[in-house]
Design a protein around this ligand. Structure first.
Ligand SMILES: NC(=O)c1ccc[n+]([C@@H]2O[C@H](COP(=O)([O-])OP(=O)(O)OC[C@H]3O[C@@H](n4cnc5c(N)ncnc54)[C@H](O)[C@@H]3O)[C@@H](O)[C@H]2O)c1
Length: 339
C-alpha cells in the first residue's frame, strides 16, 4: 500500500480523501490542519490527526498531499521533501518562480517525486484534443483561445483571509485560470512573448479579478487568454479552442468538458460525431484528483515521474507570472527574460 497524508483539511482536501479512497493500493493514514475543528472532521476511522506538519512527517506516510492556502505550498512541500516524503501539491504549486525552483530542487535532491494537481488533463474531451494534436490533425496551427468566464462571488473572497490576496491567492490567473493555462500550454507548447491587461473591477480584493492577454507561442502561433471571476450570476464558460490549417476544435461548457466543434480533414463526419457522442455520454470521466493520486501511486511503483510533474506545474506558473509582469509594466514580456 502507498500511504498518504493530507496537510490542510479544507474544501479541496475532501477531493483528495475521496480520490485516495477510490484508488486501489492507496490509503489515507494521517491528516494535518492547524485548525482543530477542521482536523476533527478528517481525523476519523483510524486516520491520525496532527496540528503540525512536523508531527505528520514523523509517521510512516509515503506521500503528502499539500492542500493549504497556495502561498504556503513552497514551505510545506520543502519540509515534506526533506523528510523524504513524495509530494502531491495543489495548484498553483507556488506563487513565485524562485519558490517553484526551490520545491523542484528539494524533491530532486531528496529523491522524492512531485505531482502538481492539474486534474483537467484527464478530462475525456481534453484527452481527445491532445490525441488529435499528437496525430498532427490540425496541420499548421494559426491560433488558440483559452477562456475562463467564472463567478467567485464576494462571499467566496470574504470566507477566508487568504483569498484574493496577492501573496496567498494570486488572483484570477493564478487561482482559477491556471487550470486552463496548463491545458493551453500542454496543447500549444512553449510561449515566446505575452502582453496583458489586469483589472480589479468588481470584487473587493487585492489581486486582479479580470485579465486579458495576447500570447505569441514559440511555434509562431498566436493565443488569446481571457479570464474573469466576475461573470454574473454564475460560472458561464471554460473553453479551449485551437484553429489549424486542417482542423478546428472547440472544447467548452462551464468546465471545458464538452466538444462544441470538432472538424478535421482526416476525420469523416461519422468519426467526428462518434467522438462527440462518446464525450457526451461521459463528459467528466474518472475524477481528475483520482487520476492524479492513481498516477502518483503508479509512479512510485514504477519509479518514474508523475504525468503532471513539478516541471509542468512550473510552466503554467511561469505564464501567469509573465502575464502579471506584463500587466504591471505595460510592456510585452519575453518568457526567456523571466528568471
Ligand atoms: N485543483 C483544484 O481543482 C482546486 C480547487 C480548489 C482549490 N484548490 C487549491 O487548494 C488549496 C486549498 O484551497 P481550499 O479551497 O481547500 O482552501 P481552504 O481555506 O478551504 O482550506 C485550507 C486549509 O488549510 C489549513 N491550513 C492553513 N495553514 C496550514 C498549515 N500551516 N498547516 C496545516 N494546515 C493549514 C486551513 O486551516 C484550512 O483548513 C489552494 O492552493 C487552492 O488553490 C485546488
Amino acid at each position: 500500500m502507498v500511504r498518504f497524508g493530507i496537510v490542510g483539511c479544507g474544501h479541496i482536501a475532501k477531493k483528495h480523501v475521496a480520490a485516495i479512497e477510490a484508488v486501489q493500493g492507496a490509503e489515507l493514514v494521517a491528516v494535518c490542519d492547524t485548525n482543530e475543528a477542521r482536523l476533527a472532521e478528517f481525523a476519523v476511522d483510524g486516520v491520525k490527526g496532527f496540528t503540525h506538519i512536523e508531527d505528520l512527517l514523523q509517521t510512516d506516510v509515503d506521500v503528502v498531499c499539500i492542500c493549504t492556502p497556495s502561498g504556503l505550498h513552497p514551505q510545506l512541500t520543502i519540509q515534506a521533501a526533506e523528510a523524504k516524503k513524495h509530494v502531491v501539491v495543489e495548484k498553483p504549486m507556488a506563487l513565485t518562480l524562485e519558490d517553484a525552483d526551490q520545491m523542484i530542487e528539494a524533491c530532486k535532491s531528496n529523491g522524492v517525486k512531485m505531482a502538481v494537481v492539474h486534474p483537467n488533463r484527464f478530462r475525456p474531451a481534453v484527452v481527445e484534443l491532445r490525441r488529435r494534436l499528437e496525430a498532427g490533425s490540425f496541420g499548421k496551427i494559426g491560433h488558440a483561445n483559452a477562456t475562463v468566464r467564472w463567478n467567485r462571488n464576494q462571499a467566496y473572497y470574504d470566507q477566508a483571509a487568504w483569498r484574493g490576496t496577492k501573496a496567498m491567492d494570486g488572483g484570477v490567473l493564478m487561482n482559477q485560470a491556471i487550470h486552463n493555462i496548463d491545458l493551453l500550454l500542454w496543447m500549444m507548447g512553449e510561449v515566446d512573448e505575452v502582453s496583458s491587461y489586469h483589472a480589479t473591477r468588481i470584487r473587493k480584493m487585492e489581486a486582479e479579478d479580470t485579465s486579458v492577454s495576447i500570447i505569441r507561442f514559440q511555434s509562431g502561433a498566436l493565443g488569446v487568454l481571457e479570464a474573469a471571476v466576475t461573470i454574473y450570476p454564475k460560472n458561464l464558460e471554460e473553453s479551449l479552442s485551437i484553429f489549424g490549417e486542417t482542423g478546428t476544435a472547440v472544447i467548452g461548457g462551464r468546465t471545458a468538458n464538452w466538444i462544441k466543434t470538432w472538424n478535421f480533414s482526416d476525420l469523416s463526419d461519422e468519426e467526428a460525431m462518434e467522438t462527440i457522442q462518446k464525450i457526451e455520454s461521459d463528459p467528466f470521466g474518472v475524477p481528475g484528483h483520482q487520476c492524479i493520486i492513481q498516477d502518483m501511486t503508479e509512479a512510485i511503483r514504477e519509479d518514474r515521474d508523475p504525468i503532471v510533474s513539478g516541471k509542468e506545474g512550473r510552466a503554467a506558473l511561469s505564464l501567469v507570472i509573465a502575464c502579471q509582469l506584463a500587466a504591471e509594466t505595460g510592456k510585452a514580456v519575453k518568457m526567456a527574460d523571466l528568471t
